[in-house]
Design a protein around this ligand. Structure first.
Ligand SMILES: [Fe+2]
Length: 157
């Protein structure tokens, strides 16, 4: 059994694998941040933001699984360990403790901005390395940009 077998040439595999690993870390961390906010939220918009946050968790977990399995499919071992997340996530740190709805929305908009920027770089990086990986990263980015728009639309200013 050769798990390192890849349909890609070595250089392309490394490029696509690096992009997928980075996407995995950002997506798992996003799922954790959204749950942290889901649990600590308060304010008049509690219900709508609480429910929206779980939709973000579902999106992030689903795509985390897809990018990890794409990495495995091209012969790259995915690393979703907590220590790796803590060291390499591109998300801003989410504050501890209870947090008001307006602040949650602000933090989520900031987090989406950071992740989307990194995802768009990964789309560029994989352009010639692997169209299949790039296609997945485009789908991830489209879903994140949709959530980002919805959170931005929740703010009056
Ligand atoms: Fe819940």
């Amino acid at each position: 059994m050769d798990l390192t077998h890849s349909p890609l040439a070595d250089g392309d595999r490394d490029t696509a694998g690096g992009a997928l690993q980075g996407a995995l870390v950002d997506l798992v961390d996003l799922s954790l941040v959204a749950k942290q906010a889901h649990w600590n939220l308060y304010g008049p918009r509690f219900r709508s933001v609480h429910l929206h946050l779980d939709e973000v968790v579902a999106t992030a977990r689903d795509f985390a699984d897809q990018v990890a399995e794409r990495a495995a499919a091209i012969g790259v071992s995915p690393d979703g360990r907590a220590a790796t997340l803590a060291r390499t996530s591109g998300l801003p740190e989410f504050p501890a403790g209870w947090i008001a709805d307006d602040e949650v929305v602000g933090h989520l908009v900031e987090a989406f901005g950071a992740v989307i920027g990194r995802m768009r770089e990964r789309i560029e990086q994989t352009d010639s390395a692997d169209a299949v990986t790039q296609d997945l990263l485009i789908a991830v980015t489209a879903a994140l940009e949709k959530h980002s728009w919805m959170f931005r639309a929740e703010n009056r200013n």
